[in-house]
Design a protein around this ligand. Structure first.
Ligand code: 5GP
Ligand code: ZN
Length: 130
């Protein structure tokens, strides 16, 4: 979709700290992470609402989330990887994958613009574990 910010990221018109991709999905670090390693996983095919995604793509999205969860935990040392699906700001379906330690850490009010060097460093660590 022409004006969609996440479609632009997939087309590399906007740069992103890529974690992983395959033919159907793309994962990259959120520029305003709520926690270190906060990752966004998106389908490459533009779709606004996540629950409008048809099978087998829908299940594939959550299989990809599962595959990313191990490296995310490993790279951050977090206790768990939490999932948030909101999509109220960017109308391209996405799953937030957030390494967490304590209750409440998924709250989007914890979001803070990240230093690009810090993002590059954590992305490298995650990619090394894929
Ligand atoms: P939501 O739509 O789920 O409420 O939030 C969209 C998320 O996308 C936010 O966490 C925001 O920080 C992130 N985001 C918005 N624009 C960009 C961007 O250009 N690059 C990256 N990496 N993340 C973005
Ligand atoms: Zn899009």
């Amino acid at each position: 979709m022409e004006d969609c910010i996440f479609c632009k990221i997939i087309r590399k018109e906007i740069s992103s700290e890529k974690i992983w991709e395959d033919e159907n999905f793309y994962a990259f670090l959120d520029i305003n992470p709520v926690r270190k390693g906060h990752t966004l996983l998106i389908p490459k095919q533009h779709q606004d609402y996540i629950f409008d995604i048809e099978e087998p793509l829908y299940s594939g999205l959550f299989r990809a989330a599962k595959s990313l969860s191990g490296p995310l935990r490993g790279a951050t040392g977090a206790k768990r990887v939490g999932i948030v699906v909101e999509g109220l700001l960017v109308p391209h379906a996405h799953v937030h994958l957030v390494p967490i330690e304590n209750p409440g850490e998924l709250d989007s009010s914890n979001a803070k613009k990240a230093d690009p060097e810090e993002l590059a460093e954590i992305a490298e660590k995650i990619r090394a574990l894929l």
